[in-house]
Design a protein around this ligand. Structure first.
Ligand code: NAD
Ligand code: DAU
Length: 420
């Protein structure tokens, strides 16, 4: 079968990656989607059961650090785009084992950048439309450098391949995090009316805990080994654009929640513990603030930005939905209790305050106005709907939870929480 475009999505077996792979495989049957993933503890092919037999999907088990392997794959498959999500992603693990984070997040990203440069540069960053491209499209494909792809084809919805000439513009899209900006001050612990709102903002609880937000211009100030490694990878991506002309885009997103998240992260870990009536380990006083976005809305933003974002730009992604940890934990307890048929709130006594995370960032709050204004992206799901959907998904998929919490997970849990 001929495909219009061939993309590698790295980390596609993980939490966010699996939602991105699913969206692209279903929405773009004319694209070949290659999920390149090493399948670490966080990678799980069960996350993609529903699309694994689609003709435009291929899974390749590979480490992003394998430069030769990635280059060969790009050449064999004539890959014209990379959406890079593969990473070590958990802050607590980075505190225990920073080396792995530097290796995967920094060296792995560098290896992908080098492979993309080696393959694409001789073509002038646009692949000649060859056999991999249907003749109808071939006549209208072209290079767009420093411009948006949508300028060329007039919109995202049809073939996102690009008009003009006879080549497919290449693109390296790096997915990063808001944590690279460091921590914001909590100037208003009681909460104030936020200056922004989106469809994702909570209806019942819409507060900001400070006057400042993360904007794209802010200087990087990472604190954890995780965010330091992500910051370093972001710098490498920009350096490859500035030095070699590699067509890159970077986005920085706030905390994601939703189905298929590994239960080391706050929301799935707490839902799992509530169902087993295990203590809920709240770090410090539970006052830290995070800005939550439903994962499918992040995937939709990635789709829009991959196709219409400007080369060399950075876009922040978030839904203006700040929550103190303790408040979100109470919502989780109430929702899980209700859906399990327990009395709402009866598991509040599981809350257990434990030693704080070292270097724990106080507040994240992202300003995503640029993305909304320039590319028209809006989240689709309000927080109340999203959290209900999420808790229901974990409770309806307890076999998935049981599977990922067996074996090594018990050791991880002991190591991270025993005696804390
Ligand atoms: P995750 O930990 O759930 O998944 C990571 C995936 O990468 C796994 O499938 C894993 O097998 C794979 N992987 C790890 N090392 C690899 C390697 N060396 N080679 C190939 N594959 C490898 O992560 P996530 O939460 O889905 O995050 C995905 C990306 O989004 C990361 O880059 C993360 O920094 C970023 N991000 C995450 C959030 C969030 O809230 N989870 C928010 C903003 C940005
Ligand atoms: O902001 C984006 C980032 O969000 C992503 O880049 C990271 O990959 C992702 O892991 C996430 O980082 P956080 O550290 O914010 O997420 P986590 O779910 O680990 O923690 C959320 C908050 O909850 C944080 O303030 C720490 C707290 N927490 C977490 C756990 C796991 C607890 O109080 N207890 C816990 O057991």
């Amino acid at each position: 079968m001929n495909f219009e475009r061939t993309l590698i999505i790295t980390g596609g077996a993980g939490f966010i990656g699996s939602h991105v792979v699913r969206l692209f495989v279903n929405k773009y049957p004319n694209y070949k989607i290659i999920n390149l993933d090493k399948l670490t503890y966080a990678g799980n092919l069960a996350n993609l059961k529903d699309i694994e037999n689609k003709p435009n999907y291929r899974f390749v088990k590979m480490d992003i650090c394998n430069f030769e392997g990635v280059l060969k794959l790009m050449q064999e498959e004539r890959v014209d785009g990379i959406i890079h999500l593969a990473a070590e992603s958990h802050v607590d693990r980075s505190i225990k084992d920073p080396f792995t984070f530097a290796q995967t997040n920094v060296m792995g990203t560098l290896s992908l950048l080098q492979a993309a440069k080696a393959y694409w540069e001789p073509f002038g960053w646009a692949l000649p439309a060859g056999d991999a491209v249907p003749p109808a499209t071939r006549a209208t494909l072209g290079t767009v450098r420093g411009g948006t792809m949508s300028e060329a084809n007039g919109g995202v919805e049809r073939s996102e391949t690009v008009a003009r000439g006879s080549s497919i513009p290449c693109r390296f899209y790096h997915i990063s995090t808001d944590e690279v900006y460091g921590a914001l001050e909590m100037t208003h612990p009681e909460g104030i009316d936020p200056p922004f709102t989106t469809k994702a903002s909570s209806g019942k609880h819409h507060l900001a805990y400070g006057e400042k937000f993360f904007t794209e211009e802010l200087k990087y100030q990472p604190h954890s080994p995780y965010s330091a490694a992500k910051a370093s990878s972001d710098h490498f991506v920009r350096a490859f654009h500035d030095t070699f002309g590699l067509p890159t885009i970077v986005t920085n997103c706030s905390n994601n929640y939703g189905p298929y998240q590994f239960p080391e992260k706050l929301i799935p870990l707490f839902i799992n513990n509530i169902r087993h009536r295990k203590p809920l380990p709240v770090y410090g006083k539970g006052e830290n603030v995070r800005d939550w976005l439903y994962v499918e809305d992040h995937a939709r933003a990635i789709d829009v930005i991959f196709h219409r974002g400007k080369i060399a730009e950075t876009y922040n992604i978030g839904g203006f939905n700040e929550w103190k940890n303790i408040d979100i934990i109470k919502v989780l307890i109430n929702t899980t209790d209700r859906l399990l048929g327990r009395k709402e709130g009866e598991d509040m006594d599981l809350i257990t305050y434990v030693t704080d995370r070292a270097g724990h960032d106080l507040r994240y709050a992202i300003d995503s106005s640029k993305l909304q204004k320039e590319l028209g992206w809006e989240p689709s799901l309000q927080f109340e709907e999203g959290i209900e959907k999420t808790v229901r998904w974990y409770l309806d998929n307890q076999a998935w939870l049981d599977n990922v919490t067996s074996g090594d997970y018990q050791k991880y849990y002991e190591n991270m929480y025993a005696g804390r």
